[in-house]
Design a protein around this ligand. Structure first.
Ligand code: NAD
Length: 297
């Protein structure tokens, strides 16, 4: 099967990137979100990708604009998916929200449509019972800053057809990604199996007042040669995603330090300090301390 028409559901941090990258590579893309307000936010997010594309990939303004021409927006799921070959779901990382979405999607999508979830922590087996086509359901997981960190982790259930994996492997390459195919289901795939315990450890150091965010990042960067520390990374991801991941983690790690860490994150999110997109997270934007040439001194 060849993919031509793609719907991205959810135009948040990742959905806006997936939609734009796919449109840039000449697919017909519709970005679906739940309300006019969220579509307005999604359009702003997409437009704001230009400086990063330009700085990281040398994309010109004309080429960026050409990509935008392949991108439409919709708040009507049935209309958006009526001719979709592929729906990539990038809605909030909460199982109940995803389950309701897949039940609704199954009712309105044509038989040919492949469903792919960009979930960071939920396995496809956790959502497959809400899907009417298990052979055409798979997780397709992108990393934040998709144009630069261009992996596409592909992870099916035992019911996913080999054809579906093959189609998505080709699609991933066609939009400039390196496909990473997992042989079995693993919560967090390869990347987040490494990243989540690391971020939780960093948050605990911050929440318990052992070190502030910039100190944690400096130590990590200087000592390992990494380009960025965990706190800045979370600002860029947006704090809501690690927060939802943390709520899952609390179910099995209900200790006082974990509870305090989640409470402090909730305070930041409630105050509107959810990271780079909000202009404030652990750092202040657009000129965060970690971009200062003297940061590591
Ligand atoms: P986000 O909160 O920035 O955006 C979510 C978007 O979904 C919002 O625009 C919201 O209006 C919309 N939405 C909410 N309910 C919806 C529904 N029922 N139907 C359609 N749209 C709906 O979230 P995000 O950070 O972009 O994460 C989205 C998904 O991508 C999650 O599953 C997350 O695990 C995954 N992901 C995130 C990152 C990251 O770095 N942020 C990286 C990889 C994967």
């Amino acid at each position: 099967m060849t993919i031509q028409n793609v719907v991205v559901a959810g135009g948040g941090v990742l959905g806006s990137q997936i939609a734009y990258q796919t449109a840039l590579k000449n697919f017909h893309v519709t970005l679906y979100d739940i309300s006019d307000e969220s579509i307005t936010r999604s359009k702003k997010r997409v437009d704001s990708l230009f400086p990063d594309y330009q700085a990281d990939t040398g994309l010109t303004e004309e080429k960026f604009a050409a990509g935008l021409k392949n991108l439409n927006f919709s708040t009507n799921l049935a209309n958006a998916v009526q001719n979709a070959d592929l729906v990539i779901e990038a809605i909030p990382e909460k199982l109940e929200i995803k389950q309701a979405f897949y039940q609704q999607l199954s009712k309105v999508a044509p038989d040919k449509t492949i469903f792919a979830s960009n979930s960071s922590t939920l396995t496809p087996s956790m959502m497959v019972k809400d899907v009417d086509r298990p052979a055409k359901f798979v997780n397709l997981h992108f990393a934040n800053r998709i144009w630069l960190f261009n992996t596409a982790e592909i992870m099916g259930t035992p019911q996913t057809a080999p054809d579906t994996i093959e189609t998505l492997t080709k699609f991933a390459r066609a939009i400039g990604m390196v496909p990473i195919i997992l042989k079995k289901e693993q919560p967090g795939y390869v990347l987040n199996s490494l990243l989540v315990p690391f971020e939780i450890a960093a948050l605990k150091l911050w929440a318990t007042g052992i070190a502030d965010a910039s100190t944690i990042d400096k130590d990590w960067i200087i000592s390992t040669g990494a380009k960025m520390g965990p706190m800045a990374t979370m600002d860029i991801i947006g704090l809501r995603t690690p927060y939802y991941v943390g709520l899952e983690y609390l179910k099995t790690h209900d200790d006082p330090v974990s509870k305090l860490t989640m409470q402090k994150m909730k305070e930041m999110i409630d105050a509107g300090h959810s990271g780079k997109d909000d202009g404030q997270g652990f750092y202040h934007y657009p000129n965060p301390e970690y971009l200062d040439p003297n940061f590591l001194k």
